[in-house]
Design a binder for this molecule. Structure first.
Ligand code: CTP
Ligand code: CA
Length: 231
C-alpha cells in the first residue's frame, strides 16, 4: 500500500463496490448463476471503510457478513445490479465492478414451476444478453472525475494471450483500470488468495504478486487514489 498504514486517503470520498454473482431466474425456484463468492468485493469494501470512505456495497447473492460501516444493497439479477450501481454511481468518486454479472438471461421466465414432460423430452432455454453495466458507467459518467475499475478473469485463447484479451477488454469497456486474473491454471473462486495484473487506460501495467484479497484490495485503492481529482 502506497500511503502510510492507517492513512485515511479515502476520507470524504464515496465509493461504490459491486460483489458476488447475479442470478437469472427460469421460474420461481430455478436460476442460471455463477461461482463468484463475493470475497474480493467484500475485501474491497472493508479496505475502503478502513481508508475512510463512505462505501456502498451492491451485493449479489453473497453468503458473507456485512462489512462494518458499509451501506449494503442486496440484489439478485443483473438488471437489479445495473439499477443499483448506476443509481449509486451518480454521486460516487469511484466505482469498482468486482461482481460477476450473468451475461445472459432467459428470454421467458415462467411464473410457475417448470414441470417435466411425460415423454422424456427436455425444454430449450432461449437467452438474451444483459446490459453491460461497466460499459454504461464508464461511457456515461455522471461525474467526469469518477474513477471506474473493472475486473476480468481470462484464460487466453487462439485469438490472444491473457494480457492481449485484457487490453482489448479495457478499451472496449472504457474503464480507467482493469484488474486481470489469469484463471488458466485453475480456480480463484472462493479462494482467499488472488494474483493479478492491474492495467491502466494510460497504458500502465502493474503486476500484483500472489497474496490475500485484502492486499489486492489495497493495491487497487492505491491506484484509484492516484487517479482521483483533488477534492
Ligand atoms: N460486467 C458488467 N456487466 C456485464 C458483464 C460484465 O458490468 N453485463 C463487468 C464485470 O463486473 C467486470 C467486467 O465487466 O468488472 C468484465 O467482465 P467480463 O465478464 O470479463 O466481461 P464481458 O464483457 O462479459 O466479456 P466476456 O464475454 O469475456 O464474459
Ligand atoms: Ca461476462
Amino acid at each position: 500500500r502506497g500511503g502510510a498504514a492507517g492513512d485515511l486517503d479515502l476520507a470524504g470520498r464515496h465509493v461504490v463496490v459491486s460483489a458476488g454473482g447475479t442470478r437469472e431466474y427460469l421460474d420461481p425456484v430455478r436460476f442460471l448463476g455463477n461461482r463468484s463468492s463475493g470475497l474480493q468485493g467484500y475485501a474491497l469494501a472493508r479496505a475502503a471503510v478502513a481508508r475512510g470512505a463512505e462505501v456502498t456495497l451492491v451485493s449479489a447473492n453473497v453468503a458473507l457478513p456485512d462489512p462494518a460501516g458499509a451501506k449494503v444493497v442486496r440484489v439478485e439479477t443483473t438488471g437489479q445490479l445495473r439499477d443499483a450501481v448506476v443509481g449509486a454511481a451518480a454521486g460516487a468518486d469511484a466505482v469498482v465492478m468486482a461482481a460477476a454479472p450473468a451475461d445472459f438471461r432467459p428470454t421467458d421466465v415462467s411464473t410457475s414451476k417448470i414441470k417435466k414432460a411425460g415423454d422424456g423430452s427436455a425444454p430449450s432455454i432461449g437467452l438474451q444478453q444483459n446490459p453491460d453495466i461497466l460499459h454504461e458507467i464508464s461511457t456515461e459518467r455522471a461525474r467526469p472525475g469518477t474513477v471506474v475499475v473493472g475486473f476480468a478473469a481470462e484464460t487466453g485463447d487462439d485469438t490472444g494471450s491473457v494480457l492481449d484479451l485484457a487490453r482489448e477488454k479495457l478499451a472496449r469497456k472504457g474503464c480507467d483500470l482493469l484488474v486481470v486474473n489469469d484463471v488458466s491454471g485453475g480456480a480463484v473462486f472462493g479462494s482467499p488468495d488472488n494474483q493479478a495484473v492491474l492495467l491502466g487506460a494510460d497504458g500502465s501495467a502493474t503486476e500484483v504478486p500472489r497474496g490475500s484479497k485484502t492486499a489486492l484490495a489495497h493495491v487497487i485503492w492505491d491506484a484509484v487514489v492516484r487517479r482521483l481529482p483533488a477534492g
